[in-house]
Design a protein around this ligand. Structure first.
Ligand code: NAD
Ligand code: UGA
Length: 463
């Protein structure tokens, strides 16, 4: 079966870039991305490509190459479902904030809604692809809903988890390490798998397209994120020990990373990992393990989160301790709010938690981030619910000029590793700060020797 028409439900950080790349690479396939969020769709359709809702290097060019040709963004979910032979579900699957599994299990209400809508609308056979990250065995639930609420048409469910990282999404999609497709082992399942393999084969070498059963595919996605996050927590655990012993975490990371069995990636000590998925997916893994009675397995993975929370908290408490045990009324400038560089995404960013702790100590926070909007910063803090929105607005000021953000500050905290921070005129920043002038580098980004020469008291993670 040759796919001519694809629909993707969910125009977020995954749906937008993945489908834009499919449309770019497969001009013969019509790709329609739909979302309930009207503003998001309007932003994807904005003529000014600077206004796309997702910032990713290279994404604007990819969208421009296909939009209006074979790539469409729409709020007409039903029409897009009806027309498509293959439907990707790429909606959010956040941690549940209520009921059974609160704080750990994935909230599958958006997934279920999609399944019910597909079942209600579909008038001919469809292949439904799980692109969202889902608990293992979700495909069974989707199949049940489709088969029991549909119009008697046939559905094949595939799992095709996405491994892109934000900030490098376009590059990751153009040249992925692998594409994973899980499907039923019977003949119809294999035909559906082949239809999706053929889509990716337009630009991805066949040997990089891996096919498995549905459960392996679903579980591999959670496993990959858990392993990656575990490396960050492992090096962050070592960073604290380095600070006590005189070892240097960057040197330790280099020394172990050259062991080809360990490898050099994901060994950068930091203020703690953020992002919408690592924490959510590990919590979900913990919940799944617990639900099968696997207490030791659950506890093992939960420790990755415990270590990460500790790393964020100790970064904030170190600022307080170093500033003579009080930051009350002191201006602390934050360079960066996004959870990593080259993205405007702030979900679960360490900056939010560090700011929250410092606000509890009555600090005055000044934030500069090259891509994050003011509204997002306040929304992030308000979402935590530690204090009123009014108090958050009083305690945090946002700046469009980094030099202004740092004027008269007692300390600077580097929370995101934006490249531009390295090129600032640090001498000028130093001159306009209160003395002694402190820099707490949560990303080990700046040149420590140079910072000390200028006169800063400069602290890094794990040194
Ligand atoms: P997101 O919140 O940016 O986007 C999800 C979109 O789905 C939203 O715009 C929302 O309005 C829309 N939506 C929800 N229910 C809908 C419905 N019934 N009909 C139409 N639209 C609906 O989320 P995201 O970051 O793109 O993540 C989506 C999934 O992909 C999650 O499961 C996530 O774990 C997974 N994932 C994310 C990343 C990443 O880097 N962000 C990477 C790999 C996998
Ligand atoms: C991560 C995975 O890398 C993707 O493969 C996956 O698809 C995605 O989650 C997902 O499922 O959402 P992402 O969260 O976008 O991607 O970004 P990462 O590059 O993994 O960074 C996550 C966090 O870890 C960031 O806060 C980053 O600064 C931090 N990190 C990363 C470190 O502190 N040290 C490192 O060495 C690497």
């Amino acid at each position: 079966m040759k796919i001519k028409n694809i629909c993707c439900i969910g125009a977020g950080y995954v749906g937008g870039p993945t489908m834009a790349v499919i449309a770019h690479k497969c001009p013969d396939i019509k790709v329609t991305i739909v979302d309930l969020n009207k503003q998001r769709i309007a932003d994807w359709n904005d003529e000014n490509l600077d206004n796309l809702p997702v910032y990713e290097p290279g994404l604007a060019d990819v969208v421009a190459s296909a939009r209006g040709r074979n790539l469409f963004f729409s709020t007409d979910v039903e029409k897009a479902i009806e027309e498509a032979e293959m439907i990707f579900i790429s909606v959010n699957t956040p941690t549940k904030t209520y009921g059974l599994g609160k704080g750990q299990a994935a909230d599958l209400k958006y997934i279920e809604l999609c399944a019910r809508q597909i079942a209600a609308v579909a008038k001919n056979d469809k292949i439904v692809v799980e692109k969202s990250t889902l608990p293992v065995r979700t495909a069974q639930a989707i199949k049940d809903i489709l088969e029991n609420t549909g119009n008697g048409v046939k559905f094949e469910i595939l799992s095709n988890p996405e491994f892109l990282a934000e900030g490098t999404a376009v590059e990751d999609l153009m040249h992925p390490d692998r594409v994973l497709i899980g499907g039923d082992t019977d003949e119809d399942g294999q035909k559906a798998i082949q239809a999706l393999v053929d889509v990716y084969a337009n630009w991805i070498p066949k040997e990089k397209i891996l096919t498995t059963n549905v459960w392996s595919s679903e579980l591999s996605k959670l496993t990959a994120n858990a392993f990656l996050a575990q490396r960050v927590s492992s090096i962050n655990a070592m960073s604290e020990l380095c600070e006590k012993t005189g070892a240097d975490v960057t040197e330790v990371a280099r020394a172990i990373g050259m062991d080809s069995r360990i490898g050099p990636k994901f060994l950068k000590a930091s203020v703690g990992f953020g992002g919408s998925c690592f924490q959510k997916d590990i919590l979900n893994l913990v919940y799944i393990a617990k639900s099968y009675g696997l207490t030791e397995v659950a506890d093992y993975w939960e420790q990755v989160i415990i270590m990460n929370d500790h790393q964020k908290r100790r970064f904030a408490s170190n600022i307080v301790k170093t500033l003579y045990n009080t930051v009350s009324g002191k201006k602390i400038a934050f360079l960066g709010w996004a959870f990593k560089k080259d993205t405007n995404d702030t979900r679960e960013s360490a900056a939010i938690y560090v700011a929250n702790d410092l606000l509890n100590e009555q600090a005055e926070i000044a934030v500069y981030d090259p891509k994050v909007e003011d509204d997002t910063i306040y929304a992030d803090l308000n979402y935590l619910g530690s204090r009123s929105a009014e108090d958050n607005t009083k305690g945090v000021k946002t700046f469009t000029d980094p030099y202004e953000a740092c004027n008269d500050a007692h300390a600077i905290a580097v929370l995101t590793e934006w490249d531009e921070f390295k090129d600032y005129d640090w001498q000028k920043i130093y001159e306009n700060m209160k003395k002694p002038a402190f820099v707490f580098d949560g990303r080990n980004l700046l040149d420590g020797k140079k910072m000390n020469e200028i006169g800063f008291i400069y602290q890094e993670i794990g040194k």
